[in-house]
Design a protein around this ligand. Sequence first.
Ligand code: DAH
Length: 378
Amino acid sequence: MTDLATLQSDALARIDGATDADALEALRIEYLGKQGSISALMKTLGKMTPEERQEQAPKIQGARTAVADAITARKEGFEAEELERKLAEERLDLTLPTPQAPKGSVHPVSQVMDELAEIFADLGFSVATGPEIEDDWHNFTALNMAETHPARAMHDTFYFPDEDSEGQSASSSEAVGQKERMLLRTHTSPVQIRSMVEQGAPIRIIAPGRVYRSDSDATHTPMFHQVEGLVIDKDINLGHLKWTLETFLKAFFERDDIVLRLRPSYFPFTEPSVEVDVGWQDVNGRRVLGGDGDAPGHGWMELLGSGMVNRRVIEFAGLDPDEWQGFAFGVGVDRLAMLKYGMDDLRAFFDGDLRWLGHYGFSPFDQPTISAGVGAGA
Ligand code: DAH
């Protein structure tokens, strides 16, 4: 029976050496198929004597089982290899960076307004708002600018057409007499009035927002932004105003050497009124805020208007000026942005040019924490 043993060991060696499923299948047919060599041996059992069969049958069966098992094992091996290969080949590479989604940027005006809100929040101010379509009383009269007041002429106001003259029916004719002429607010100061009327005293607010004047050149646009500040309390004086503005400007420009000069001025809604100048110094031909405004090579730049709230304004807003006093200020937000971030044409702010926005805009994801500057050294 060495033939059988040889056949078996040959078969096992060839199965072991088979390189793919097709070669293995060919071997299965060769040994175990209908015409296969081991199948042929099985057939010989029928012609044997019972004794011979008893002796040969287990050997032939054993060889058949060994070959069949080897083929099955090898086949499973191929299948596992195939699976491995597929897994390796079809793997999703999750480390691949995804395509960049388009990312917007924060407009410098929005950025500066956020910075202002943050700085003043640290000083105990909240943010107030008022309508951009305002009435004559809030925009002028209650701010001590009567109908005939010459200061009104300075505002280049956009008025809305009178409703009656437009032929619209005045629905409640009794109210018409008191109805105020509507306009686009020329400053954020009417929010002072609205805040006093609505919330009473004490008050500490800033009111950032859009304002409108019929004006247009490199430093003026028909729409621009202001932030109004108002503090109403007891025993408030000009010292509080100067300290507040100084603290604000140091935090905003991120410089400790900001100096202010209060210059007498006139606004109908403040008495006394001051124009606030900020000191600058010449650094390589550029005016940089900070330093001593009076020293050689230094100077003063007019920055904002302010003063102690005129007692007539406090009265107009329904508060007792003998009990409540305060200060107010108004400053151009666009101007602050231009000074801080070095932009020189105001008109570009509102052109909506994406290249400009891409260059001067701010990432919405890494906002500066300006508030760390307020009082940090105090
Ligand atoms: N409303 C003024 C303007 O638009 C700015 C201003 C000046 C606001 C003095 C104030 C103030 O609150 O006290 O020119």
